[in-house]
Design a protein around this ligand. Sequence first.
Ligand code: NAD
Length: 298
Amino acid sequence: MSKITFIGLGNMGAPMAKNLLSAGLSVEVFDLNPNAVAELTALGATSADSLTQAVSGASVVVTMLPAGTHVQSVYLAEDGVLNSVNPGTLLIDSSTIDPGTARQVAAQASAKGLSFVDAPVSGGVAGAAAGTLTFIVGGSEESFAEAKNILQHMGKNIFHAGEAGAGQVAKICNNMMLGILMSGTCEALNLGIDNGLDPKVLSDIMLQSSGRNWALELYNPCPGVMENAPASKDYQGGFMSQLMAKDLGLAMEAAVASQSSTPMGSVARNLFNLHTAHGNGEKDFSSLFEFYQKQSNR
Ligand code: NAD
């Protein structure tokens, strides 16, 4: 069976790789964190000592890395993916990064006869575990069709946003919206609590009213309101505040380049940057709720 190599086994990558294994595919994994690798090899994945070895002979490589610098080094370094795979290998990057880096990797891959798609995801850790992610793909029609065969094992909705980089553009628009919605949801819940409301009752009301949104519905930021949300697990797991700050930074860079007005995104970016700077970078992004809370209510 042809080999799929999965690189980056963090909060998102680990459950995504598990779904490829569950689909009966042959998966080789690579991560700098040996514990993350061990979790997957215990489930039947193979592993390698180096990135070069891990991707050698693969028909597909999937990466799920924190940011553009990691993607650049994994793909473009001397001993990186582009110099280590066979011609014809399909390369799928599902990290959320700047569209410019995605286009740069796509162009260098194409020069070597390799297909590359940017395929960032939406749906969070729960969606990754359930195999219900939304994939937002940038690349040629042919590469998209090829990638879809693999992505369908990890996601439910697979969109072709356009040419190389278009997946990342759509993703950062979405995450700017999410950052704004999460900030607004924290703000509204905290206002209710400060004025004597039970956050669960207020959440139920807003869920049936015009303030309804994804953060409120599936990711309530107030501890105790939603049993399985990161807020009820001391804001562990999920989507780190520093990653949301990164994505809002990407949105602002795109806005500067296109001279677009993004006042709400700019406020959200500053909120998440402040929150991260105050030592909350590794907590789930819904922990922004604590930023609004009076010390006496914590
Ligand atoms: P994470 O930090 O939990 O995982 C990243 C993994 O990459 C880590 O295991 C790390 O060891 C590994 N890594 C870093 N550099 C590496 C290298 N050079 N070689 C091999 N492995 C390397 O991050 P995450 O939450 O899984 O997010 C990954 C990407 O997905 C980010 O771009 C993020 O913005 C995006 N994303 C995250 C979520 C979410 O809810 N967590 C949702 C949608 C998109």
